[in-house]
Design a binder for this molecule. Structure first.
Ligand SMILES: CC(C)[C@H](C(=O)O)[C@@H](O)C(=O)O
Ligand code: SF4
Length: 475
């Protein structure tokens, strides 16, 4: 092996190449394959048709997340069909039934709706300690980049690739280029990981990461919790990046230690020693570098229909002529029903959603609860708080956060993707406007005709109180 300095991404990549040939993609070994109901059915069909088995069921984990309703009463044994099922949409039911049949037939572990281990695929991996530094992780889901927060190469794949990984536990991949995003200085008080990633995408654009694995570096990133790092890595894909990662450090080890699937005893010590060898070497060269001054940031919100259309909350809706893409801005403003020059703080919402794989973890719920505690959701506003997993839900309940939310007039729900996207009953009606802690504000994302402003959990909670886009400092 060469002794030239390497980046974190290059080290993980090199350690997983099982076959490399000039002019061909590398064949990578995959350490963890996550599966959900939306992108797996055809892959299992393909295996069945070819008479193949799942090569490594021990490295494969499935959950139900996109199609599950989040009615408060859902628990172990809640049926997905028959009288009394909360699953009313036939397509959702078929997808859930199919995943259950496939998991059973192919011997894949599955956390079904209502199971205490169930949750959004990108929330349960980390919470189980199954997501670890140095790994290669794939899932038929673009936000697989979330797991990069642990110093893993984690990326979304298509359904034919899902089939390939199920059959072989390997995947041919062209090596992406490397980019460093250096976030220097400290985030000011009240500025969160979500604001940081919205600011980054606002700066580099939704195509800015295309062709790259991004490593987030610098003081502000080092100071983020694991939850915050997951929020940042989660949205790498919204900047077009193949993956996003953060070097493992004491924060990572502290988070993992003692989790059910984390190594133990001597194995733990050996793992930590290996993980400590992963960070980018002094002198390693990235193909591209971007520097962000954290101290200049403030709470960010989106005004348009892609995550790059983000501005500080103190700004106003831009005029088409003031942007690089006047036509795109014009179209976004029309869809969003906004007028150029309107201060963002004057935008009124009728729905607030706290949840998703971006901001549905315990720390996110704590941040929202902190703001809403002792206050009331504004009249005419509906606030949904949806834990990213049943375990997050249980923990939040143990901390009394559910009572904080319900006392404020918010709805406390069961775990799932929920209003992040319109694949389950939690949707916006045409023309409704949300402040949402999720990651995509595309046209129709939260329901046909729905309008989405992406925000942090703290901004979501403050917005619920005032009924207009607001930060906690405004209350
Ligand atoms: C349904 C799934 C394929 C999709 C994705 O890949 O990201 C979804 O999770 C999303 O967030 O849009
Ligand atoms: S929470 Fe949203 S972004 Fe995350 S996996 Fe579900 S639908 Fe995709």
């Amino acid at each position: 092996m060469s002794s030239a300095p390497r980046t974190l991404a290059e080290k993980i990549w090199d350690a997983h190449v099982v076959r490399s040939a000039q002019g061909e993609p590398d064949l990578l070994f995959i350490d963890l394959h996550l599966v959900h109901e939306v992108t797996s059915a055809q892959a299992f069909d393909g295996l069945r048709a070819a008479g193949r088995k799942v090569r490594r069921p021990d490295l494969t984990l499935a959950t139900e997340d996109h199609n599950v309703p989040t009615n408060p009463g859902i628990g172990p044994g809640t049926p997905i069909e028959g009288p009394g099922t909360p699953v009313t949409d036939p397509v959702s039911r078929i997808q859930l039934e199919t995943l259950r049949r496939n998991a059973d037939e192919f011997g894949v572990r599955l956390h079904p709706m209502g199971d205490p281990g169930q949750g959004i695929v990108h929330v349960i991996g980390p919470q189980m300690g199954i997501t670890q530094p140095g790994m290669t992780i794939v899932c038929g889901d673009s936000h697989t980049s979330t797991h990069g927060a642990f110093g893993a190469i984690a990326f979304g794949i298509g359904t034919s690739e899902v089939e390939h990984v199920l059959a072989t536990q390997a995947l041919p991949q062209i090596k992406p280029k490397t980019m460093a995003i250096n976030v220097e200085g400290a985030l000011p008080d009240g500025v969160t990981a979500k604001d940081l990633i919205l600011a980054i995408i606002g700066q580099i654009g939704t195509g800015g990461g295309q062709g790259y694995i991004v490593e987030y570096r610098g003081e502000a990133v080092r100071n983020l919790s694991m939850e915050g790092r997951m929020t940042v890595c989660n949205m790498s894909i919204e900047a077009g990046a193949r993956a996003g990662l953060v070097a493992p450090d004491e924060t990572t080890f502290e988070y993992l230690k003692g989790r059910p699937n984390a190594p133990q005893g001597a194995d733990w010590d050996a793992a930590v020693e290996y993980w400590k060898s992963l960070p980018t070497d002094e002198g390693a060269v990235f193909d591209h570098e971007v520097t962000i001054d954290a101290s200049t940031l403030s709470p960010y919100v989106t005004w348009g229909t892609n995550p790059g259309q983000a501005l500080p909350l103190g700004a106003a809706v831009p005029a088409p002529g003031d942007t690089e893409d006047p036509n795109g801005t014009e179209r976004a403003l029309t869809y969003m029903g906004l007028t150029a020059g309107t201060p963002l703080r004057q935008i009124q919402v009728d729905t607030v959603f706290v949840g998703s794989c971006t901001n549905g973890r315990i720390e996110d719920l704590r941040a929202a609860a902190d703001v809403i505690k002792g206050r009331q959701v504004a009249s005419g506003v509906r606030m949904l708080v949806v834990p990213g997993s049943m375990q997050v839900r249980a923990q939040a309940e143990a901390e009394g956060l559910n009572e904080v939310f319900t006392a404020a007039g918010a709805e406390w729900r069961s775990a799932g993707c929920s209003m992040c996207l319109g694949m389950n009953p939690d949707t916006l009606k045409p023309g409704e406007r949300s402040a949402s802690t999720s990651n995509r504000n595309f046209e129709g994302r939260q329901g046909k005709g729905g309008r989405t402003h992406l925000v942090s959990p703290a901004v979501a909670a403050a917005t619920a109180v005032t009924g207009r886009l607001a930060a906690p400092a405004d209350l």
